[in-house]
Design a protein around this ligand. Structure first.
Ligand code: PMP
Length: 322
């Protein structure tokens, strides 16, 4: 594994990508303008984090297999035939990380896409597919440790419009419209309601609320993505803090009046929301339950909690001769 080490992130050399079945320099990983996915959003992707543990000199990839299982579910729905199992995708990822020699936090972005160079064909069953993967250095996605949010004027797509349980490329137009509207209006993030007016999620995060000493989060039937961080938070809240977790429909005004809100996501980590639509949430500061869960989460994703090491795949970068 990782024998074709040719680049160094620290040496400012080219990163490599997995493209058309091989590891190639990033600037050779190019698709044609005819590519179907570019025109129609016919792709599914994942966002996975590799967290660098300086003390151990290792990268810890968080819940990689679950991410690839979600990708494969997406491939099924979009009829994307890729010749890899979840385990093979995990191995390809470990190899690429070693090739790229990362020694800081990274974002891992696999993409299964309709690679057919065909225009004006809307039959998924006709179109060839391929798989590509990049890994890039990645820091704080939200650019802030606390969030001031607004309720988006955009509604979350309904599952029978575009499936909401998978990360298809096309559905992200919905997220981008909401995130763009929120940030242009001076907020950090959008809270998106579903067609019924219930809270669904953020533009790239699940939503949690603390109220009455319990943790509440929108049920998946309200079109929230089944987030891997969401699942992590639910397990930690129950098992480590003894909190009751309610997956249920949540109204917008409940968020105004609850004690704490936070968002969860691979890129976003677990980040407290301190205001919504210019109303302070709780005290207007990150709450104790959010902070305790956040601390636990940060330790776990960087491989610092032995009890949860089974959620992490560790990768030791190969040292390259100068
Ligand atoms: N909702 C949306 C729309 C997202 O893009 C993401 C990020 N993948 C999430 C929720 C959180 O999912 P996860 O915790 O699996 O990253």
């Amino acid at each position: 594994m990782g024998t074709n080490k040719a680049t160094s992130v620290n040496g400012n050399q080219t990163l490599h990508a997995f493209f058309k079945g091989a590891v190639v320099p990033m600037d050779e990983a190019k698709v044609s303008v005819m590519t179907h996915a570019l025109h129609y959003g016919t792709a599914v992707f994942e966002g996975i984090r590799g967290n660098w543990n300086e003390e151990k000199g290792k990268m810890f990839i968080f819940r990689m297999r679950e991410h690839y299982e979600r990708l494969i579910r997406g491939c099924k729905i979009l009829m994307l035939d890729i010749p890899y199992t979840a385990d093979q995708l995990c191995n390809i990822t470990v190899d690429l990380i070693m090739t790229n020699g990362h020694d800081s936090d990274i974002y891992i972005r696999p993409l299964a896409y309709k690679s057919a160079e065909v225009v004006a064909n809307l039959k998924l069953q006709d179109l060839d597919s391929d798989f590509t993967l990049i890994t890039v250095p990645f820091g704080n996605y939200l650019g802030t440790d606390i969030l001031r949010c607004c309720t988006s004027s955009w509604r979350r797509v309904d599952d029978n419009m575009i499936p909401t349980q998978i990360k298809s490329a096309g559905i992200y137009v919905n997220s981008l419209l909401a995130k763009t509207e929120a940030t242009l209006a001076g907020f950090d993030e959008a809270i998106i309601l579903n067609q019924d007016g219930h809270v669904s999620e953020g533009s790239g995060e699940n939503v949690f609320m603390v109220s009455g000493g319990k943790l509440h989060t929108p049920r998946l039937e309200d079109n929230a993505l089944p987030g891997i961080t969401r699942d992590t938070v639910i397990q930690l809240a129950q098992d480590e803090m003894g909190l009751q977790v309610m997956e249920r429909s949540i109204d917008r005004s409940e968020l105004y009046l609850c004690d704490e809100v936070f968002l969860s996501g691979t890129a976003a980590h677990l980040t407290p929301v301190v205001s919504l639509d210019s109303r302070d949430i709780g005290t207007g500061k990150p709450g104790p339950i959010s902070l305790e869960l956040q601390k636990m989460y940060f330790d776990i994703v960087a491989g610092k909690n032995p009890k949860y090491l089974h959620w992490c795949t560790d990768v030791t970068p190969v040292s390259i001769p100068a």
